[in-house]
Design a protein around this ligand. Structure first.
Ligand code: NAD
Ligand code: TYD
Length: 348
């Protein structure tokens, strides 16, 4: 029996985590708190919206009065914190929004957990979901381990790094029981089409240019979102307090190679002549401060808890493409209105 607060559950990763926990633990009381920013979408959780162990609350993690009210009302003993501003390009245009949600919002949650739990730490846990981007960039070789020094380069990664430090500081200073996980790039169903893979899937469907930043020789380490969700479930239940765990799929791809693979699968799925989608590739102005390479050493979670990804990249990417192709209504609804303004500002 747990009373769990999940933040950011209407977003991409949050919706997969929420669904997994709601379905797997019928005896838990789960509250999903989400501000429903442009990235939050209750359509992502349609299938569980009336589950008896699930409640949705619309609200902002920076709202301390609301946090006090919710902790008072539900007596949470666990927090799984995913709510964040999550897109690097947006952070370059508006760093303050990232500082507010990612840093101040996290401190606000920490304060409320500390106040409510009041030193009675037994059975309590604050799980903070973070990113490998806090480590900065790698050169051509090497991997991020849990001991790699933080060296964030974008306003997004700086805000996540700061939030990680605050979580650790609340552990060290007050004894708050916490776990942090730092995961590599996720992909899969329900990802907002501002990130590389869903943006390019959407553009291929609509025969629009595929804007590859710089020369495309940047490397990311990709993990299927349901595998990230399964690792969060495992770490939440079996991870050790005060520890950090890196999560990744040992699956590095140069952007340009990934985009070409995506184009090949899309041509087949859309029954287009082979090579059609690749013609859409357009090299555009690079992202400022663009990190060259991320790659995770995920051996700790593998050796300590036996976790490993369940799908290969080609399987995961195919499932992802199939999901976008069969969820045209979802895709259309999230790419209308404000998205068009964002797209024009970012790419034209
Ligand atoms: P997302 O942008 O898809 O979703 C974020 C969710 O948080 C949305 O539902 C949004 O409405 C909500 N939110 C934003 N600001 C809020 C606020 N102030 N109060 C309450 N809710 C708010 O993000 P995502 O890709 O699902 O990422 C989730 C978490 O995982 C983030 O903490 C991110 O840093 C981390 N992460 C993401 C990736 C990735 O590849 N996407 C990789 C590693 C870690
Ligand atoms: P993104 O999905 O934004 O994730 P992150 O910046 O957090 O790694 O970008 C993944 C990679 O793809 C990154 O190297 C930037 C690149 N990229 C493009 O080349 N074009 C694009 O339009 C986008 C959104 C990303």
């Amino acid at each position: 029996m747990k009373k769990m607060l999940i933040t950011g559950g209407a977003g991409f990763i949050g919706s997969h985590v929420t669904r997994l926990i709601v379905n797997k633990y019928p005896s838990y009381d789960i509250v999903n708190l989400d501000a429903l920013t442009y990235a939050g979408n209750l359509e992502n959780l349609k299938d569980i919206e009336s589950a008896p162990n699930y409640t949705f609350v619309k609200g902002n993690i920076t709202d301390s009065i609301l946090m006090a009210k919710l902790f008072g009302q539900y007596s949470f003993d666990a927090v799984v914190h995913l709510a964040a501003e999550s897109h690097v390009d947006r952070s370059i245009n508006d760093p303050m929004a990232f500082a507010k949600t990612n840093i101040l919002g996290t401190i606000n949650l920490l304060n409320e957990a500390k106040r409510t739990w009041n030193g009675k730490w037994e059975g309590k846990r604050f799980y903070h979901v973070s990113t490998d981007e806090v480590y900065g960039t790698l050169g051509e070789s090497g991997l991020f381990t849990e001991n790699t020094p933080y060296n964030p380069n974008s306003p997004y990664s700086a805000s996540k790094a700061s939030s990680d430090h605050f979580v650790r500081a609340y552990g060290e200073t007050y004894g708050l029981p916490y776990i942090i996980s730092n995961c590599s790039n996720n992909y899969g169903p329900n990802q907002f089409p501002e990130k590389l893979i869903p943006l390019f899937i959407n553009n291929i469907i609509n025969n629009k240019p595929l804007p590859v930043y710089g020369d495309g020789n940047y490397t990311r380490d990709w993990l299927y979102v349901k595998d990230h969700a399964s690792s969060i479930d495992l770490l939440f239940h079996e991870g050790k307090n005060s520890e950090t765990y890196n999560i990744g799929g040992f699956n590095e791809w140069k952007n340009i190679d990934l985009v070409k693979l995506l184009c090949r699968i899309m041509d087949k799925k859309l029954q287009r002549i082979s090579g059609t989608s690749e013609k859409l590739i357009t090299f555009v102005k690079d992202r400022p401060g663009h990190d060259l390479r991320y790659a995770i050493d995920a051996s700790k979670i593998n050796q300590d808890l036996g976790w490993k990804p369940s799908v290969t990249f080609e399987e995961g990417l195919t499932k992802t493409i199939e999901w976008y192709l069969s969820n045209e209504v979802w895709l259309k609804s999230v790419t209308s209105g404000d998205y068009q303004n964002y797209y024009t500002k970012q790419y034209n």
